[in-house]
Ligand binder design. Structure first.
Ligand SMILES: Cc1cc2nc3c(=O)[nH]c(=O)nc-3n(C[C@H](O)[C@H](O)[C@H](O)COP(=O)(O)OP(=O)(O)OC[C@H]3O[C@@H](n4cnc5c(N)ncnc54)[C@H](O)[C@@H]3O)c2cc1C
Length: 407
């Protein structure tokens, strides 16, 4: 095992572009052999320096996958294969869910039904409460639930143990665990979260479950935990077979000649970095007030708005909602609103509201799909390993190759 590297940044989970790029620069030297050797070690809160902690920025597209991978590939080439493939897991999950929005809607529907059951089944409600309070008596689980609440982050390996214990030892519905994570994670991401929970439960790769093991937990955490009473069998939860994947949702692409209002959402906070949008006649940029959204969302949106306004040299505006967005677009003479493609997940409600309000105002809502997604998502149809085979070609298509920085 290589020598542990020093903690790589003062800010634990950067969400502004400047902070995230600083983290990329500091982490890139560790993304090769170091990462491969140490990435699965859970060293505890404040000591997760074997992993990049870039997920909060990547989930909001404060930095892109290419921003992260360019320096990593330039420094390590093929020695960074593991890190590169981890980054592609995010892309894969996003593309997979995009072709199966019914999995997201099915999860939302299941939550309604389970919430109703929680009101009637005292034993289930008590088990659930002890899990979300971290009072189960299972040392590692209770610790990780506390770490999640206190820091908004868990190491990937810890997430797998928590999800497995939640489902197989505590016998709780995976859907409730996915909600708990989504509410607390600083990197909350509809696709990575929902599909990782399904993966642990044995629903993503049908029948292939992930069972937490006490001695492995002891070893991987440097002896910090010695859990007892963990399930020794993993029973896949009942779930209906999924319908086939759908064609990717059609979007209206921006018209390069139309006066434009740029709308920054949590799903893409660095639209100004997209060369395809540089020539747009932009009149203003806006965010919809995120209400009581977490601090990380507010920071990322404010940062994205300021950068976009500086890039296009236009006013930065805050609006209260979809109707106000449409009013602003009309007022500044825009004929279209351009936003980053909103993937399947919580952002779609705002998208639908904005589309309706803009249509009523005689305006069109267009979505910019990044080339990264356009190229990769069609390969996210089956398991990850089929997608992984395409990574060299996808990197080449993005102008990224070992030892080269993109043009
Ligand atoms: C039950 C469960 C729930 C999860 N929920 C989320 C979530 O809501 N949001 C989220 O961003 N990730 C989620 N993940 C995936 C993964 O745990 C995090 O992306 C990762 O821990 C983030 O830390 P990092 O940036 O330091 O990762 P690093 O190890 O430095 O990886 C670099 C990047 O690769 C991607 N990545 C790494 N591992 C995975 C993975 N297993 N799946 C998908 N992408 C990955 C992320 O973009 C990450 O930032 C979940 C995993 C599990 C098991």
């Amino acid at each position: 095992m290589s020598v542990p590297s020093p903690a790589v940044l003062t800010h634990q989970h950067p969400v502004t572009r400047a902070d995230a790029l600083a983290r990329v620069a500091q982490f890139a030297p560790h993304a090769g052999a170091d990462y491969a050797a140490r990435r699965n070690l859970d060293q505890g809160a404040g000591r997760h320096d074997a992993v990049s902690r870039l997920s909060a920025a990547l989930a909001r597209r404060t930095v892109s996958e290419a921003d992260v991978l360019a320096p990593v590939l330039a420094q390590h080439g093929d020695a960074a294969a593991l890190f590169v493939s981890e980054v592609f897991w995010r892309t894969y999950f996003k593309g997979w869910l995009e072709a199966r929005p019914f999995v997201w809607h099915g999860w939302l529907g299941a939550l309604d039904r389970i919430d109703a059951r929680l009101g009637q089944d005292d034993a289930l409600a008590a088990r659930h409460l002890s899990a979300i309070r971290g009072e189960t008596g299972i040392d590692c689980f209770d610790h990780w639930i506390g770490e999640l609440a206190a820091t908004g982050y868990l190491h990937n390996w810890a997430r797998m143990q928590v999800a497995s214990i939640w489902i197989f030892t505590l016998g709780l519905p995976w859907e409730l665990g996915a909600r708990h994570f989504l509410h607390h994670l600083i990197d909350a991401d509809a696709a990575s979260n929902t599909l990782s929970w399904r993966w642990v439960a044995g629903l993503h790769t049908r029948g292939k479950t992930y069972l937490a093991d006490a001695s492995r937990i002891m070893r991987m955490t440097g002896g910090r935990f010695a859990p007892t009473g963990l399930a020794t069998r993993a029973l896949v939860p009942d779930a209906p077979d999924l319908p086939p994947a759908l064609p990717l949702r059609d979007t209206i692409a921006p018209d390069g000649g139309l006066p434009t209002l740029v709308w920054i959402t949590r799903d893409d906070c660095s639209l100004e970095t997209e060369p395809a949008l540089h020539g747009l006649p932009v009149r203003a940029v806006a965010v919809i007030d995120p209400g009581d959204a977490p601090e990380a969302d507010r920071t990322a949106l404010a940062d994205g708005l300021a950068r976009a306004a500086a890039h296009w040299q236009v006013p930065a505006c805050h609006v209260a909602g979809a109707e106000a967005l449409a009013a602003l677009a009309t007022e500044c003479g825009a004929r279209q609103v351009v936003t980053g493609r909103v993937p399947t997940g919580p952002g779609q409600d705002a998208l639908i509201a904005a589309r309706g309000a803009l249509r009523r105002a005689g305006l069109v809502l267009t979505e910019h799909t990044r080339a990264w997604d356009r190229h990769a998502w069609p390969h996210a149809t089956r398991g990850f390993f089929a997608c992984r085979e395409k990574i060299p070609a996808l990197l080449a298509q993005a102008g990224l190759a070992a030892g080269k920085t993109p043009q």
